[in-house]
Design a protein around this ligand. Structure first.
Ligand code: AGP
Length: 360
């Protein structure tokens, strides 16, 4: 069946490898006969009628929302707030007069997100659910649904659902931008195709990822992920992956925040994964790396081709700068996988965690 592991030792590795295929499938599913990107017209109308969008999600899906905000604000110029579901329900922000809610949930069953959906429906607001599971609770109870088409995700650590969420959010943002008369300056379908190819290249570099995992994470107690702009958000996701399956205490930080406290944690040999995929913050993140290296950190710089420097540990194939999170996350997923494997952790079923959290 669809959800056999086949020759893979773990679902997580299989699901990481499926990302190029899933990205191509999404391009296909959201394309019309004229080869244009298309989204249900009711959804486009709802997005474009909103004066503000509220994205609500948990965990990895929340991290996807942070990047979705960039797509929607940069391209469609609609203000977006991103909220952690469990916080929103107890501390609801002041809402704009005409909000649209977007729930992002792989399973469509996350109770924290559902609690918010129930609340905002009582207030009479509209909701779009972006989910991998057709007919899930969040899909049934929302006004609109966009599917991820990622196929079943079995491993507790979410991988292909995250990149699928990013791809679908990019499509939604592009179509909303068009609806506002602001066509993108690039061909999203083509650029997502390039992303799929880059993912494939990365999935063929597993040995290097395993080397990095062994070199940096074999015995370490903690690890930090730093980045600026969207690289910071990808770092948050990289840190979540590492902590949930390898039990290494890992945190993602904005490069500029280090000096406001976190840098006190740097000791001799502390692994720092630094991401640099964005030209406008390349110099400043490299400055942050120098600061932590001066305090003894063991840096692992992952940069995008075109921005690379001599000591960078890994170079990502070049893709459109705004879509870099879809590729930058892949080595972080693989590194976490191998770190967990070499620390004898149960990769697919980490302790204390459930695939979908159906209690508040
Ligand atoms: C991801 O690796 C986690 N296991 C977890 O954070 C997950 O993303 C979160 O529980 C949200 O789940 P959902 O997308 O099914 O709503």
């Amino acid at each position: 069946s669809d959800i056999e592991k086949g020759t893979y030792p773990h679902y997580m590795l299989k699901e990481i490898d499926e990302q190029p295929l899933v990205t191509r499938r999404i391009i296909d599913k959201y394309r019309n006969d004229a080869d244009e990107i298309t989204v249900d017209s009711e959804i486009v109308a709802a997005v474009n009628a909103a004066d503000r969008i509220y994205i609500v999600a948990a965990g990895t899906s929340y991290h996807a929302g942070l990047i979705g905000k960039q797509f929607i604000e940069n391209w469609a110029k609609i203000p977006v707030e991103v909220h952690i579901a469990s916080e929103f329900s107890y501390n609801m922000p002041l809402l704009s007069p005409n909000p649209l809610f977007i729930f992002i949930s792989q399973s469509g069953e996350t109770a924290d997100s559902r609690a918010v959906l129930v609340q905002i429906k009582e207030l009479g607001h509209k909701a779009l659910t972006i989910t991998n599971v057709q007919g899930s609770t969040l899909s049934r109870e929302a006004d609109y649904t966009m599917l991820l088409h990622a196929g079943p995700e079995i491993a507790v650590a979410s991988t292909k659902a995250y990149t699928a969420q990013l791809a679908v959010l990019s499509i939604l943002a592009a179509v909303a931008a068009e609806g506002k008369g602001r066509s993108l300056e690039f061909d999203l379908t083509k650029e997502l195709g390039i992303v799929a190819n880059a993912m494939e290249v990365l999935c063929d570099q597993k040995e290097e990822m395993e080397e990095i995992a062994k070199e940096y994470f074999a015995t370490t107690r903690n690890a930090f992920f730093i980045g600026r702009s969207v690289d910071y958000y990808v770092g948050l996701e990289g840190a979540l992956k590492l902590k949930e399956i390898s039990y290494i205490q890992a945190e993602g930080f904005a490069g500029g925040e280090l000096k406001h406290g976190t840098i006190a944690l740097i000791e001799n040999g502390t692994p720092i994964i630094a991401l640099s995929t964005q030209e406008h913050v390349n110099l400043s993140i490299r400055g942050n790396v120098k600061e932590v290296v001066a305090r003894g950190a063991n840096p692992c710089i992952i940069s995008m081709k075109g921005l690379e420097e001599e000591d960078d540990r890994f170079i990502l194939p070049s893709v459109h700068e705004q879509l870099s999170p879809l590729v930058a996350v892949v080595p972080l997923q693989l590194i976490s996988y191998y770190a967990a494997l070499h620390r004898d952790c149960d990769v697919d079923k980490p302790r204390n965690l459930a695939k979908s959290v159906t209690v508040e």
